[in-house]
Ligand binder design. Sequence first.
Ligand code: NAP
Length: 242
Amino acid sequence: MSERDIALVTGASKGIGAAVAVELAGDGFDIWLNYRSDDEGAAQVASCVREAGGQCTLLKYDVADGQATANALEPLLAENTPYALINNAGFARDTIMAWMKEEEWKNVLSVHLDGFFFTTKLVVASMLKKRKGRIVNMVSTSGESGNPGQVNYSAAKGGLIGATKALAKEIAKRNILVNAVSPGFIETDMTADLPIDKIKPLIPMGRTGTVQEVAGVVSFLCSPRASYITGQIISVNGGLYT
Ligand code: NAP
């Protein structure tokens, strides 16, 4: 990585994405910080990014909206190409299959899969010209093992795992490495309503993970140390699924 490379992190106004943005800023990246709605959270993360030594450009758009994605990214991509893209934006709408509304199925698939498609298609076109880059997709144990109550989310993350492996093979010769990080239970807003005390005994390490423990792996995958790793799914789950 040369000085002042750019990392685009989607879904970074809080949680794992926020930790990734700050960690990568500490590694020497400037950050293009995407989020959907939380202006205050995004402003706070931007200030942490600056404290860590990076510049921060806020990009408020819904990753599931192709036109909004193009409107936000095309002007920036005309001037610069990110070295790293972290597809992290995500959300869950958990319910059992028999009760799942079509909207809950489609929205969850759309944010993870259309979201991956719209942002990655634009950025990868730029990366291909530069013949370098790193892409990290945030998947989930749920997409590896399947999780009851999460048929939509497991399908979305399982799909993203397939996309990671296919894209890795497609662009490896252009020196663009594509991997996925697969967290287990990490304490963020997304898991705030879960019965964590009932879940902990199911985790071999007996505890949930931190956002920093996920961000550290993303940092590694975007570093020169990960120069021969592509198409891999790296689990960060305390032994929950092996
Ligand atoms: P979180 O705390 O709820 O944060 C989600 C972030 O994604 C927020 O910044 C949110 O933006 C953004 N976002 C959601 N939908 C978006 C959209 N359509 N367009 C743009 N941004 C959008 O969640 P988290 O726990 O950090 O999760 C981050 C990623 O890790 C997700 O992909 C999730 O599936 C994955 N993951 C999490 C866990 C876990 O245990 N926490 C486990 C496995 C995988 P606003 O708030 O600004 O709207």
